[in-house]
Design a protein around this ligand. Structure first.
Ligand code: PMT
Length: 219
């Protein structure tokens, strides 16, 4: 049971690894399974929130009680989140968003050749954009770091204008992408850093939702 409730609050959660099309049958992806984001969506529903889960394709079952929006690329995820942002009380960005996309997607399957070059261009940073335009919304980001987790994470808290950042140490085999456990730090703009020991993603999600409820309450 939760000390604080999210009843009546609209929470957008993103999850999974975005896919950037190369041609009709190929894409550039990453190793995000969606487990972290889906666990947050599930715990937020349990805390009473209206949850919109904006997800890249995953192998997971959609949690009961969420409004589910399936997307693929970073730009389609951005469109899905931005168009719902005004009415949201909070956004939690657990998705692993591709930093680059293919400049020209081929309309036909690309034929075999000895060498080929793909030209990539920078994707929009969805979370940075939300941080620029936020008013009453609570913004929680993630950071996948392999070294100097607190220092690099704190940089993202300020750069992206976040209320909290979950900095996970993805150099550990028991944390980060495609495992059932996670660990790291909850970082705040006042320089506070709460160390989060290794635990299941469901347990970490519950801790994130408790912080979220506190942050919404104090707005
Ligand atoms: O899905 P799982 O297998 O359970 O793995 C969980 C996870 C490791 C993917 C998750 O815990 C996590 O760390 N997600 C964020 C991964 C990431 O993309 O980190 P980043 O440091 O590159 O991005 C920082 C933040 O900006 C993230 O909240 C990200 O969603 C957001 N971002 C990044 C790039 C971009 N173009 N737009 C964004 O909004």
């Amino acid at each position: 049971s939760f000390a604080l409730s999210l009843t009546g609050k609209l929470v957008i959660v993103t999850a999974g690894g975005t896919q950037e099309n190369i041609d009709p049958v190929r894409y550039i992806g990453n190793r995000s399974s969606g487990k972290m984001g889906y666990a947050i969506a599930e715990q937020a529903v349990r805390a009473g929130a209206h949850v919109i889960l904006v997800s890249a394709p995953t192998n997971l079952k959609v949690p009961d009680g969420v409004d589910f929006v399936l997307v693929d690329s970073a730009r389609s995820m951005q469109q899905a989140v931005d168009s719902r942002f005004d009415s949201a009380d909070a956004v939690v960005m657990a998705a692993a968003v591709a930093d680059f996309r293919v400049v020209n997607m081929a309309n036909q399957k690309i034929k075999k050749m000895e060498t080929m070059t793909l030209e990539l261009v920078k994707n929009p940073d969805i979370l940075y954009g939300l941080g620029q335009k936020k008013s009453h919304q609570v913004l929680i980001g993630f950071a996948a770091e392999t070294e100097r987790v607190v220092e690099y994470g704190m940089g993202k808290v300020h750069k992206k204008n976040l209320d909290m950042l979950v900095a996970n140490d993805v150099s550990k085999s028991t944390a980060g992408f495609n495992v059932d456990t996670n660990e790291g730090y909850f970082l705040f703009p006042n320089q506070d850093a709460k160390e989060i020991p290794n635990m299941s993603k469901q347990e970490m999600a519950k801790a994130i939702v408790e912080e979220l409820a506190t942050l919404i309450q104090s707005k």
